[in-house]
Design a protein around this ligand. Structure first.
Ligand code: CP
Ligand code: NVA
Length: 334
């Protein structure tokens, strides 16, 4: 590795607990400054004259809009490159594409299928690469998710709230598929002292290799969050402050749709499930979106418990914070 190799954001595993905390806190600060009508001086023009390439091999609403908006807010130019716009994958290798694109831009934000694609892009890129969703991780979503929890639980009793996010001891229940969004959330939770209980149907548990990565994140945290796994949704939601889910059929799994819908029967997040399992009285609901009715009832999704639209908006502030840390500040996150 060259001493000038850029720092990439491929997973929350790439961050120390202090850096994850800083990215969330910076997102919070920028949100409040900008929404009150000012522009944070330390952000203004930090990407002026810079181009950010966005290579997306899959559809996106939130990640695309938040990233383009963040780049413009910071004075730069976002260049959206969908899968039919560039030669990648059809006529050109990842290696060639990475070397060429990174020679002309200040950052590559990439949405890919297999995680190895974004890892290869990063390996050969002379510009920082930010993972905009791979089959294993979704770090920008995780930053937004902890920002959303930080805002929703201001009273979480923690002696460290002054310096940290004050989320230690919070209990998150994940009911549904063990997927990319869960993996980065669980890694971040381990680092921040947030407990996670995961309910998946038999055969859909967290793969052992990923469990090892999550456990390693916990081992390196000053106060680690615990991870519990079960196949019983009621068990997972017991004492939960937040219930989270995502689609049962991620992009790229469309052929398994019928099989998955059947396997996940009984895993829909509903008020009855929360009540039967004994979630905390003021439990909140989160979902990265896009949402389908099978994984959560309308009655929960559109209820005052639901943080989903705040969570979606927080993608913008998370993108600003990540671009600030990895591009404007060249990976120095403080
Ligand atoms: N949550 C999320 O990443 O949404 P998009 O797929 O619309 O970007
Ligand atoms: N798990 C979903 C997340 C979409 C934002 C997918 O990978 O399709």
């Amino acid at each position: 590795v060259s001493p000038f190799a850029p720092r990439h954001l491929l997973s929350i595993a790439d961050l120390t607990p202090a850096e994850l905390t800083t990215l969330v806190r910076n997102a919070y600060q920028h949100k409040h400054t900008i929404k009150s009508g000012s522009v944070p001086k330390n952000l203004l023009g930090t990407l002026t004259g810079k181009t950010v390439a966005m290579t997306f091999s899959k559809r996106s609403t939130r990640t695309r809009i938040s990233t383009e908006g963040a780049v413009v807010t910071m004075g730069g130019h976002p260049m959206f490159l969908g899968k039919d716009d560039i030669q990648l994958g059809v006529n050109e290798s990842l290696y060639d594409t990475s070397v060429v694109i990174s020679s002309m831009v200040s950052c590559i934000v990439a949405r890919v299928g297999p995680h190895s694609d974004v890892a290869d892009l990063a390996k050969h890129s002379t510009a920082p690469v930010i993972n905009a969703l791979s089959d294993l991780y979704h770090p920008l979503q995780t930053i937004a998710d902890f920002l959303t929890m930080h805002e929703a639980f201001p009273s979480t009793s923690s002696p460290h709230r002054g310096a940290g996010l004050g989320l230690e001891g919070l209990k998150v229940a994940w009911v549904g598929d063990a997927n990319n969004v869960l993996f980065d959330l669980a890694i971040g939770a381990a680092k921040l002292g947030v407990d996670v209980s995961v309910a998946t149907p038999e055969g859909y548990a967290i793969p052992r290799s990923m469990r090892e990565i999550i456990d390693a994140a916990a081992a390196s945290a000053p106060k680690a969050g615990r991870l519990i796994e079960t196949t019983v949704p009621e068990e997972a939601v017991k004492d939960a402050d937040v219930i989270v889910t995502d689609t049962w059929v991620s992009m790229g799994q469309e052929e398994e749709k019928a099989k998955r819908i059947k396997a996940f029967e009984g895993f829909q997040v509903t008020s009855e499930l929360a009540e039967r399992g004994g979630a905390k009285q003021g439990w909140k609901f989160m979902h990265c979106l896009p949402r389908h009715a099978e994984e959560v009832s309308d009655e929960v999704f559109y209820s005052p418990r639901s943080l989903v639209f705040k969570e979606a908006e927080n993608r913008l502030w998370a993108a600003i914070s990540a671009l600030e840390g990895f591009v404007a500040n060249k990976g120095k996150i403080e």
